[in-house]
Design a protein around this ligand. Sequence first.
Ligand code: SAH
Length: 460
Amino acid sequence: MEKQQVPVKKNEEITLHFEDITHEGNGVGKINGYPLFVPYALPDETAKVKVIKVKKNFAIGKLIELEKTSSERVEPPCNVYFQCGGCQLQHMSYTMQVDMKRNQVNNSLKKVGHIQDVIVHPTIGMVDPWRYRNKVQIPVAEKNGGLITGFYRKKSHEIIDEMDRCIITSEVNDRMVEAVRSIADRHGISAYDEKSHRGILRHIMVRTGEATNETMIVIVTRTAELPHKKELIKELHETYPHVKSIIHNINKERTNVILGKESKLLWGEAYIYDKIGDIKFAISGKSFYQVNPTQTKKLYDKALEYANLTGGETVIDAYCGIGTISLFLAQKAKKVYGVEIVPEAIEDAKNNAKLNQMDNVEFVVGQAEKIMPWWTAQGLKPDVIVVDPPRKGCEEALLEAMTTMQPKRIVYVSCNPSTLARDLRILEDGGYQTKQIQPVDMFPQTMHVEAVALLELKLL
Ligand code: SAH
């Protein structure tokens, strides 16, 4: 871009043609190379746009009227889509969503990783990309003297009260949120108010195992006491026999974090169970557990395929969480070592191994980047290493530990294409070659992109 004046002014209305889309889902149109980002605009569209924010290197616009509409534009089925911040892609056909996610992986590989010639397969999408989430956490507020639940309006903390369902959440979870809301409302339990830091009910969290249909309800309050808890418990489990666990979580802090430190089991078990493939998992209120069970199975199957296990291998699963991938791998490996930083998750992982009568797994609490060199010092030589890090990717020390350990194969599960590409570059420089990458759509209607990559040790 030339160094010249910014070509637009605030509040100006212009006609803009869109060529591209950002990883947040905003349409990108350019004036003499100067980019404008406009929510809800799609590539190949032309629209009247109002400029709402002007910066030196870019501007933000608001879509006023479409003049040319993309053939990939669809009517969003959710009635609060344009107000809610939860989904970003309901106005885009599902075919375009999965194509775009594959392109994003490709672009990151080229731009960030400088990696060419890798096969990036078409994204594995969902047959029915709705109602897939097994978990919902929804804030509670008061309106006209009654309780309401709903997600926050974009960039605000005001609840959208026209929202009576969330169509990416499973129906049963939607129903359970409504059940808790209406019982609490009938008993006059107040909602928490952020501004005054008063009131009781903060959030309702519901998680249901897809394979087992067992539901856990977590009621989050500011106060140590949950009024009318006897009535709440009785009505919930008597009316809904699939409810297996009711938990009271206390969060006294002024914070956006949903769950507080203290939890009390009100009724039932502290866990619900779910199954992915042949493996059973116990999930507590605080466990990290993938939210899209249908796609998780496809993702783990792909990771297992890439690991190419024959029964004799030693495998490391770094960032193992509650041991989901570790146990999947252990079905086909001689021994699997899992490492994870959260002690409670490792407790869960150990219990999950017992639950499945698997004794060829060992779980350790710690930072993967510290435990792996320690394992090396103990003489552990893995044939395959699987990593599934958070969005920020792998620590450099961990990448170094991997290249020092020299496994034949590395399987990298990633929820962020740009850190994936950055880390693949480091692994390539350390003697590995990226063979293929499979994007899997874990979060339809949103911009999140998940992918699994296979790397092999280059033969000298
Ligand atoms: N593989 C699991 C969990 C993946 S989420 C699954 O599919 O369910 C990433 C996990 O990495 C989280 O559980 C997080 O607690 C853990 N983690 C984050 N930083 C870590 C580190 N430095 N060392 C080990 N684990 C870490």
